[in-house]
Design a protein around this ligand. Structure first.
Ligand code: DUC
Ligand code: ZN
Ligand code: ZN
Ligand code: ZN
Length: 466
């Protein structure tokens, strides 16, 4: 036959168009898009389904060390399995450099963890914890040239927070090498001060996590990050934006012509700080940074998506088990929110939440959905040949039933966490199959892909992809 597989009678959506077409696949790539294509070894009927580029989640944490005695709930196998069930074909986890550690050594560890373990394709962002002279002068430029073309830096957290001087040094290397820098924008000293004050007042429950880092903490750091990027004249990504004030900082910068990318996440659209109010320690299930805010902040994040201030919608999947001394309920975590690990699972629920709450409720178009969940991630991070339904592109495809309804529930998910912060949310629109380079990974609710079929992919220069 002319083609290996053809997906027939579906409705194809890209970041710019929606049209009825058959999609034919040869050797893992999209080889033809047209009408009445039948000359294929396998014909997949997609009547009533949407044919979308597989989700690309450019912000996930997998197997990252998260403090003494704390273990992330997902390894590469379980995280990428959950990703595939959620309609994703690509994830970009982090490679965390420990202080004093060469970046190459850190990368060796993460590659070893991911090797032969993944159900979807992946690449790594480097977390620069120690911007020493050798890291900035030699290692980083060489790694960017090798396709590790993005990195994340932090303005908060002990052992991670960089000074403004250090941030400028990293941004200078990014400018010289073409790397793209993600910035976690929260004011470290403000959080430390407020945390100490809350603890002295006996306010130690998970709920006070939110009070330890109010909106001004994020807004100030966002403003400062943008200012530092402006000084070096280099693009940056402000990740996980939670509220209007930070969003408006980004908008103002964009209006001034600065190349500032904005990212928001499901937790800022559907959770609020009230969720951290649960009985006993239940609030810990929602502890992440920045924290979920209020209804007005949710509206602001929608506005950021609608108006293009945000171009990226990622999960910030950072999974811990709840009922577990190595997860949210460490003995220390019970003594103060300060010690509750920051992060929540979300790689499997990102697409259904944005589809249902966004496309289903008329807040964004189907084409915006595709842009926010796939196409923009590929473009922003220099991932070639992925993130769209187009001839020559990898056949990374999610088949969606736009009318399938079901509540999100832990029992239906495939991640390593023992809970989902999105329990009970009614969703209309679920992925029913996920295909990676022309082969089904998930089909009819079953995992059919082979462990290890997900590959490491080298990326090019951010923004250079058309
Ligand atoms: N930042 C993240 O990006 N993820 C989880 C925790 C954090 O602070
Ligand atoms: Zn962060
Ligand atoms: Zn400002
Ligand atoms: Zn994150």
């Amino acid at each position: 036959a002319a083609f290996d597989t053809v997906i027939r009678n579906g409705t194809v959506a890209t970041a710019s168009d929606t049209f009825k077409a058959d999609v034919a696949i040869r050797q893992g790539r999209i080889a033809a898009i047209g009408e009445a294509i039948t000359d294929a070894d396998e014909i997949v009927d997609a009547s009533g389904l949407l044919v979308l580029p597989g989700g690309i989640d450019s912000h996930v944490h997998i197997s990252q060390p998260s403090g003494p005695g704390i273990v992330m709930a997902d390894d590469f196998e379980s995280a990428t399995r959950a990703a595939a069930f959620g309609g994703n074909t690509f994830v970009m986890p982090y490679c965390l450099q420990e202080k004093g550690q060469p970046l190459r050594a850190a990368l060796k560890d993460y590659h070893a963890l991911a090797e032969q373990a993944c159900y979807v394709d992946h690449s790594f962002h480097l977390i620069i914890a120690d911007p020493s002279d050798s890291v900035l002068g030699q290692e980083l430029p060489a790694l960017v040239a090798d396709g590790y073309s993005s990195l994340k830096i932090f303005m908060t957290y002990q052992d991670l927070a960089l000074s403004d001087y250090e941030i400028l040094g990293v941004l200078q290397v990014a400018r010289e090498t073409g790397a793209l820098v993600q910035i976690h924008a929260e004011n470290y000293d403000a959080i430390r001060f407020l945390t100490d004050r809350l603890e002295r007042a006996g306010k130690i429950a998970p709920y006070y996590h939110g009070k330890s880092r109010p909106i001004a903490v994020e807004r100030e750091a966002t403003h400062r990050a943008i200012s530092l990027a402006e000084l070096i004249d280099v693009p940056i990504v402000i990740v996980h934006v939670s509220n209007r004030e930070a969003m408006e900082e980004i908008r103002r910068a964009q209006t001034r012509g600065l190349k500032i990318h904005g990212e928001t996440c499901p937790q800022y659209l559907v959770l609020t700080e009230e969720d951290m109010q649960g009985l006993n320690m239940e609030g810990a299930k929602y502890v992440c940074s920045p924290p979920p805010r209020d209804k007005a902040s949710q509206e602001a994040c929608w506005e950021g998506l609608q108006q293009g201030v945000f171009s990226l919608f990622s999960s910030d999947h950072c999974p811990f088990r709840y009922d577990d001394e190595a997860g949210k309920l460490t003995p220390k975590g019970r003594t103060s929110f300060r010690w509750v690990p920051n992060g929540i699972p979300g790689v499997e629920t990102r697409l259904p939440i944005l589809f249902s709450e966004g496309v289903g409720k008329g807040r964004i178009s189907l084409n915006q959905f595709v842009a926010f969940t796939a196409t923009n991630h590929a473009k922003t991070y220099g991932l070639k040949g992925k993130g769209s339904i187009a001839i020559g592109y990898d056949a990374d495809i999610a088949l969606w039933d736009p009318n399938k309804t079901a509540k999100i529930s832990q029992s239906g998910l495939h991640h390593g966490s023992d809970y989902t912060p999105y329990e009970g949310i009614e969703i209309t629109g679920w992925p029913v199959a996920t295909m990676l380079r022309g082969k089904f990974v998930v089909r009819d609710g079953q995992l059919v892909g082979a462990k290890g079929s997900g590959r490491y992919v080298t990326r090019g220069k951010p923004g250079a992809v058309a």
